[in-house]
Every structure is written in structure tokens, then in C-alpha cells.
Ligand binder design. Structure first.
Ligand code: GDP
Length: 425
């Protein structure tokens, strides 16, 4: 990595201020060329930015962060310019003309921070989630991951495994001698305790639930009032733009934040067995698929005919001829608003219990898989009756921990992760 990158790191112009960051071995020379001097490290200095002919481009604040105490671990500079389009374009053109400088790729600053050990992989993943966070709960969970809480936990587990591995190595080293060494008395119990601790993390709600939202599916026969209820549930609420996986013509999904919690409401085709034509039958098939994927089903049909754990909803409560239910969880009217506040409050309380706790780091699919591998290796290490096997299983556990914080990663994986960032991050 010998080239120096630069990018606009603040939002799209026009804006009050535009922050342009420069990182790499030529950052200092570039700053000196554009601002006329190197300010004192980590102090904002007022500077006139000039083009190659000496004409003024802008008056700006300049900052100088010499390596290694910078965000990327390289020499870095920041220019806080006026945020007009022409100002930004002129300063960027000036930088692009500097020897060794080029425009940054998406996520490249963060990738360099990772390459120089300023952040580990779990923290980088947390950072990506933090920038994508749209609800308060997502923000707090991403903060926990980006802040290194999980990384420090993995580091503690890794050290315990290294200690256990050292004990097994000692046993193997002295295996030929008469007074054969033995493993510490609490060796197996220690591994079991470690596996148990990891198991608790594995049982926690997952990051995907947090990212995609708590999935609430409205189901019932045609004309039960599903679409109308769906509309009132989503319409007054801040719509969020989480990815709409599985959106189809006949299954309508809408991400919404209620009380800072991410929800995904799903409206399905009416469920009926007889009399459906081919197109409708397709819709019904998809609706049944949605019932399986749901975190919660609101059942608007006849009492007892919905999925087992669905909530019985008595819809259209204002209408005399509405579906009568003896024990509905909620009686609602999308028309008059009756019962809607209670339904929303119940949804919020239920989702809050199912989603990760505020501020708790939640595992993504990759982290969950590696942690499950570590746990399984530890349990095998505990049960193995040959110290050679024990040593091998402990090595596998350590490899899984290494993968979690990025001591062992592939380029593909890094490309995918850092492509999630925007340019300038
Ligand atoms: P879906 O087929 O289950 O999605 O049902 P719709 O939401 O399309 O509703 C079917 C009919 O019932 C429509 O004519 C709606 O206007 C009416 N409807 C839905 N909800 C209510 C309600 O709460 N009160 C009353 N009076 N009519 C409703």
C-alpha cells in the first residue's frame, strides 16, 4: 500500500462544510503543497488552500495526523473547506494532481485502518452496521460491536484456549518421561465452562433480526381486513428503508420503526383453499411461506384456524357483522382506530423481548457460525482421550476465534465487507 488516497468524507455538497481526508505516505507532502505548511500535529490550523499557480482556492481548516496515531494508522490530513460543489471539485482536482495521490475506493480508509491493526474485523462490521443504522436499537447494538466489546470478549476466550493448549503441549513434551505429567484437575471443567459461556452468546437474538426487523405477518381469508389494517399500522409511522428481501407482487412488505424498534410488516394474499385460480394459488403459496418465516402472525380469520402461535385478532370491530371471536388478543377497527394503540403497544413489548437488548452486541451470521465452530471444538477437546486430539481441537477453536477478529480472513470476505461502506469512510 504505497499510494495515498483522498476523498470527500462528509455528505454530498452543497453543505456548510466539506471534509476531505487524505491518507498514505504522501499525505504530508500533499498538505504542505496545498495549504503551504504542515500544521502542528492534531491541532486545527487556519490555512489558505492554493492551486499550483498560487491562486487561492478556499480558506479552510487543516489538520495533520502523523502515523501511527491516526484513524488509518498512516499519515493523514484533513481539510475542512467550504462545502460548495465548486470548492470541493477544485480542492479535489488539486489533490488528484499531486504525485502519488488518487481517489479512494468505498470503505478504503476503514480497510487501511483494519490492515494497520487500528480496528479488528468485528469492529469494522460494527462500523458498517452503525453507518447503516436507521433505528435507535440498531444504532446502540452497532455501537457496542464497533466499540470492541465483542472483540475483547473473543480475546479473553482466545487467551483461555492458548493457556489450555500450553498445558496439553507440556503434557505431550514430557510424554516419554517416567513421571508422566497430567493435565490440571480442572482442565475439562474449564473447557466446559468456556463452551457454556460461548453457548450463551449463541443463544442471543441475532443481528439479522435487528437489521431486517421483527417480522409481523398479517394473515387470514380474503376481505378479512388485512390490507386496511396493514395500511394503518404502517402509514403514520416513520418508514425506514431496510432491504426488502422477498418483496413480491402479492406479498407486500414495509419496514417501519415503532418506539425505536425495527419492524417489517408483511401483508399477504388471502388464504383460502377452494376456488382460487392459478395466479391466486401462487399468491397463497407465498403467503404460506411468509407464515413460516414470520416472527409473529396476526390472524384475522376465524378463531382457531390460524397458525399455532398466531395472535387472534378480531378485525373490523366497528362492524356489526364482523368476525366474532370469543377470546381475541386484540379487537381492532382500522376505520375508527379502536384497539390500535393497544395492539401497537403489545407489538412493541413483544418485539423488544425478541430483539437484542439495547446496547448488547448481536452476532451476525458469520460470527455465529465461527462461534459455533469454536464451541464445538472445545467440547470435542474436552471429550478427547488422546492429548494429540485435544491439542488439535484446541487449535481449531483458536482458528475460529482468529477468524472472528480477522486474524485469519480471505480477500473476498474483506472485499465484500468494505464494499458496504461509502466512499470517504
Ligand atoms: P383483505 O382482503 O383481508 O386485505 O381485506 P381489506 O383490507 O381489503 O378489507 C376488505 C373490506 O373490508 C374493504 O371493503 C374494507 O374497506 C373493509 N374494512 C377493512 N377494515 C375495516 C374496518 O376496520 N371497519 C370497517 N367497517 N370496514 C373495514
Amino acid at each position: 500500500m504505497t499510494d495515498t488516497i483522498f476523498a470527500l468524507s462528509s455528505g454530498a455538497p452543497p453543505a456548510a462544510i466539506a471534509i476531505i481526508r487524505i491518507s498514505g505516505p504522501d499525505a504530508g507532502a500533499a498538505l504542505q503543497a496545498v495549504a503551504g505548511r504542515l500544521p502542528e500535529p492534531r491541532r486545527a490550523a487556519y490555512a489558505a488552500l492554493r492551486d499550483a499557480a498560487g491562486d487561492m482556492l478556499d480558506r479552510a481548516l487543516a489538520l495533520w495526523f502523523p502515523a501511527p496515531a491516526s484513524a488509518t494508522g498512516e499519515d493523514m490530513a484533513e481539510l475542512h473547506c467550504h462545502g460548495g460543489r465548486a470548492v470541493v471539485a477544485a480542492v479535489e482536482a488539486r489533490l488528484a494532481a499531486q504525485p502519488g495521490l488518487r481517489r479512494a475506493e468505498p470503505g478504503e480508509f476503514t480497510r487501511r485502518a483494519f490492515a494497520h491493526g487500528r480496528i479488528d474485523l468485528a469492529e469494522a462490521e460494527g462500523l458498517a452496521d452503525l453507518l447503516a443504522a436507521e433505528t435507535e436499537l440498531q444504532r446502540r447494538s452497532a455501537m457496542a460491536m464497533a466499540g470492541g466489546h465483542f472483540s475483547r470478549q473473543v480475546e479473553r476466550w482466545r487467551e483461555q484456549v492458548l493457556t489450555a493448549a500450553a498445558a496439553v503441549e507440556a503434557l505431550l513434551d514430557f510424554a516419554d518421561e517416567d513421571d508422566a505429567a497430567t493435565l490440571p484437575a480442572d482442565f475439562a471443567a474449564g473447557l466446559a465452562a468456556l463452551a457454556g459461556e460461548i453457548g450463551e452468546w449463541l443463544d442471543r437474538p441475532r443481528a439479522e433480526l435487528l437489521r431486517e426487523g421483527f417480522r409481523v405477518v398479517l394473515a387470514g381469508p380474503p376481505n378479512a381486513g388485512k390490507s386496511t389494517l396493514f395500511n394503518v399500522l404502517v402509514e403514520d409511522d416513520a418508514a425506514i428503508t431496510a432491504p426488502l428481501a422477498g418483496t413480491t407482487r402479492d406479498v407486500l412488505t414495509r419496514p417501519v420503526a415503532l418506539a425505536g424498534l425495527p419492524f417489517l410488516f408483511v401483508d399477504t394474499a388471502g388464504l383460502r383453499d377452494a376456488g382460487a385460480d392459478t395466479v391466486e394459488a401462487l399468491g397463497i403459496g407465498r403467503a404460506r411461506g411468509e407464515l413460516v418465516r414470520a416472527d409473529l402472525v396476526l390472524w384475522l380469520g376465524a378463531e382457531g384456524e390460524g397458525p399455532a402461535s398466531a395472535w387472534e385478532i378480531a378485525p373490523q370491530a366497528d362492524r356489526p357483522g364482523a368476525v366474532a371471536k370469543r377470546q381475541p388478543r386484540h379487537r381492532v377497527s382500522a376505520l375508527t382506530g379502536e384497539g390500535l394503540a393497544a395492539l401497537r403497544a403489545d407489538l412493541v413489548a413483544t418485539a423488544r423481548a425478541a430483539l437484542p437488548r439495547p446496547g448488547a452486541a448481536a452476532l451476525n451470521a458469520r460470527q455465529h457460525r465461527l462461534l459455533a465452530e469454536a464451541r464445538s471444538a472445545l467440547l470435542h477437546a474436552r471429550e478427547a482421550d488422546d492429548p494429540l486430539l485435544t491439542a488439535e481441537h484446541l487449535r481449531l477453536a483458536r482458528a475460529a476465534f482468529d477468524g472472528l477478529v480477522g486474524r485469519a480472513t480471505t480477500e473476498d470476505m474483506l472485499d465484500t465487507l468494505f464494499a458496504r461502506f461509502c466512499i470517504g469512510k
